[in-house]
Design a protein around this ligand. Structure first.
Ligand code: MOS
Length: 741
């Protein structure tokens, strides 16, 4: 708080402005949309094989069912640009053709879409579609096909694919303390509460879609690239989104299929994926194998870091998760080598999910760092402090702000850290562990507009989304504070491609990027208003606009005051536009947000059951825009971290390429019973190099560090070094004490 005063509305724990709409059921999610024309329901028929060619498909029985209006297959689907062929603007904008040919891309891939009056009719008819597929062997596991591994063209986040600084082999050989390990992390599904859903409608060549999507501007291009139409002819509406976590960054099969159905029937078509669909027709985080080798000298200074990652990529869909990338900015070292390899496989889309890169990469790396600290006989907190880099170890760039030391020290204090405690309480083995968190701080271009109506109300518009993060609320605060009015005077409208274009929600860049655009628009409008007021006839002849200010929806000069509504009325409404783009500091500086997490676990000495008892996180995310929504973001992230350590995994039957646990009964996420009271602290700051608001990305930060803190606590409790996530009780059995012990 020293260099900047935060007395305004920004930062206040304002309740969600969209909360009342949500709890009263008035927030319209994609599948809630009801247009003026009655719409039809689409139901996806999924391929039972992962790879092959459809040799015949018989839809007659399905078509003759009551209520069925169309059965879409590759034989009658509208014309499309091949999948991935037209890809200006990256994977979210690329052509996303579905059922363009007889090719099956993965298990669960749509082979037909039944469109009927009701869901029941469509679902029944779907059972009657007969499809024959000439099946081929597929690739599902990158390790069994490592001979086909290649360096991806790029990494998610456009990092360098491989890096080599210094002489790793020489430094590692000279290191007095060496640790190494091979880790496995599983495929995971985002498991958003709202499954992907779309209502599509054509008007000639113009397409309107109500859908659940995080980035509208890219989605618009994806439809245009798929159907060979102009982006301006695609209208996406997405005012409310029931969770995304990366799984809705782009357009998925159901969205294209809804457009197919609408084209063939001439009516709006709705497809709401059921949960099993989401596990095949939604994206997932790919499985990884990572290998780590770390070396340190006798004083506990890191000398050498090697981190490589092998993963799997869906065909023609260029997503390579940057698992070893966060390692590059984590610790001072003499030598460092990082490497990413991928194998193309016959799997549903592998894509970004909740802190892509860090969620798997720091999970393993921070576990290995704990092992290295242990080998050096140095307390893990002290070890990290000792190896804090003064500048970015790989690029040599200065850090914008880096309060890692403070996070580590405050975290230790809040948690009551006394080293990696291990003790026994009856049948429970107690362990303490900790880990550091790091997550890139990104900024993206965004535009916004703000309008003053004749009654004095302010409306902000931009195609940004609120995926449950609190965007509506923080943008309201930013507009209100910039204008000098109370939040009640501002309405924020989001999620419509008719509004100014933004980067949408992703990569934790949404708040800073779009908030800056909103602040810029509000500042323009305010300047305009003050200038108009200064020139207003009568009242303030000769006044200088610089002496005026807005206070409580009035323009004020000394004892004189003029309601802004009056200026709105006189001018028939006023508006202004604003924009934001990353400053040069995003090139010249290394920008990250940081944290430190501390965990206490209890492991049942007989069964190996793991219970998380406490989790403390201290985070540096720059200026906090809303204390309440920021805390919720961190809390959600920490809960994902618990899931990554202990529960979440999408299991595949590798004979068939089939994800097996395709529902929330069998895909386990951390639930209330798994989550203790979380202790969350924010190290307030202002990163002027990040954006004019001083904020840094927060959405994905909480997940970083939580998982490895738990894994390190499990080690303290049991002596078992985790190499495979999630940690199962049976992994611990051999490390548990003898039964009568
Ligand atoms: Mo995030 S995984 O970029 O929504």
């Amino acid at each position: 708080m020293s260099e900047h005063e935060f007395k305004g509305i920004i930062g206040q724990p304002l309740d969600r402005v969209d909360g009342p709409l949500k709890v009263s059921g008035q927030a319209t999610y994609a599948a809630d949309w009801r247009g003026t024309t009655p719409h039809l329901i689409g139901y996806i028929v999924e391929s039972p094989v992962a790879k092959g060619r459809i040799t015949s498909i018989d839809t007659k029985a399905a078509e003759s069912c009551e209520g069925v209006r169309a059965v879409v297959t590759h034989e009658n689907a509208p014309s499309q640009i091949p999948f991935g062929e037209r890809d200006k603007g990256g994977r979210f904008a690329q052509s996303h053709a579905v059922m363009r040919s007889n090719e099956v891309r993965h298990l669960g891939y749509p082979v037909a879409l039944v469109v009927a009056d009701t869901l029941e009719q469509a679902r029944h008819a779907a059972l009657l579609v007969k499809v024959e597929i000439d099946a081929q062997d597929g690739i599902f596991n990158p390790e069994t096909h490592e001979d086909q591994a290649k360096a991806p063209d790029g990494l998610d986040g456009s990092d360098e694919v491989d890096t080599e600084d210094g002489d790793f082999e020489a430094e590692y050989a000279s290191a007095g303390h060496r640790v190494e390990g091979e880790f496995h992390t599983p495929s995971q599904h985002a498991a958003a509460m709202e499954p992907h859903a779309t209502v599509a409608e054509w008007d000639g060549d113009k397409l309107t879609v109500h859908m659940s999507i995080q980035i509208l501007s890219d989605g618009r291009k994806a439809f245009a690239n798929t159907f060979d139409i102009k982006p301006e002819d695609v209208h996406i509406v997405a005012p409310f989104i029931g969770g995304g976590f990366g799984s809705k960054l782009g357009v998925h099969n159901e969205a294209i299929l809804a457009a197919h159905g609408a084209k063939l029937t001439g009516q709006p078509v709705r497809i709401a994926q059921h949960r099993r669909n989401v596990f095949s027709n939604g994206p997932h985080r790919p499985r990884h194998r990572q290998r780590l080798k770390l070396g340190a000298d006798e004083n506990g200074k890191i000398l050498a870091i090697h981190h490589d990652a092998l993963s799997i990529m869906a065909r023609d869909y260029p997503f390579a998760e940057a698992a070893a990338s966060p390692t590059r900015a984590s610790y001072a070292t003499k030598a460092m080598r990082t490497q990413h390899r991928v194998v193309e496989g016959d799997i549903p889309k592998a894509d970004s999910m909740r802190a892509p890169g860090e969620a798997v990469g720091t999970l393993t790396f921070e576990s290995m760092i704990d092992e290295l600290a242990h080998s050096c006989g140095v307390d893990p907190v002290e070890f990290r402090v000792r190896n804090e880099p003064e500048m970015d170890p790989h690029s040599g760039k200065p850090f914008s702000t880096r309060k890692m030391r403070r996070c580590l020290q405050e975290g230790a204090e809040k948690f009551g850290w006394q080293g990696p405690v291990s003790r026994r309480e009856g049948n429970w083995l107690i362990g303490h562990g900790m880990a550091a968190a790091i997550r890139p701080n990104l900024m993206q271009p965004a535009e916004a507009e703000i309008e003053l109506s004749t009654d004095g109300h302010l409306t902000v518009r931009l195609d940004m989304t609120d995926i449950g993060t609190g965007t509506y609320t923080i943008l309201t605060q930013i507009a209100a504070e910039t204008m000098g009015v109370a939040p009640e005077h501002v309405t924020v409208k989001l999620g419509d491609t008719d509004f100014p274009e933004t980067c949408g929600s992703g990569g934790s860049f949404g708040a800073g990027s779009t908030g800056t655009a909103v602040a810029d628009a509000a500042k323009s409008l305010k300047d305009d208003l003050l200038q108009r007021a200064a020139k207003a006839d009568g009242e303030w002849k000769g006044a200088n606009s610089k002496d005026l200010r807005i206070e409580g929806a009035n323009i004020v000069l000394g004892s004189r005051s003029l309601p802004i509504s009056e200026l709105g009325e006189r001018s028939g409404g006023l508006s202004a536009k604003g924009a934001a783009k990353p400053g040069k500091e995003h090139d010249t500086m290394a920008q990250y947000s940081y944290g430190a997490q501390f965990a206490e676990v209890a492991v049942d000495a007989v069964t190996g059951e793991i219970r998380l008892r406490r989790l403390t996180g201290v985070f540096d995310a720059g200026r906090i825009l809303n204390e309440k929504t920021a805390r919720s973001q961190l809390m959600g992230g920490m809960i994902f971290g618990i899931g990554a350590a202990l529960m979440e995994e999408s299991l595949m039957d590798e004979r068939y390429g089939a994800f097996m646990n395709r529902d929330l009964a069998e895909y386990h996420i951390a639930v209330n019973r798994d989550v203790p009271q979380l202790d969350i602290h924010m190290v307030e700051g202002f990163d002027e190099n990040s954006n004019p608001l001083g904020s840094k990305g927060i959405g994905e930060l909480g997940i970083c560090g939580a998982g490895p803190a738990i894994a390190n606590a499990v080690f303290a409790a049991t002596g078992h070094r985790v190499r495979k996530f999630p940690i199962h009780m049976e992994h611990l059995l051999e490390s548990l004490p003898p039964l009568d012990g």
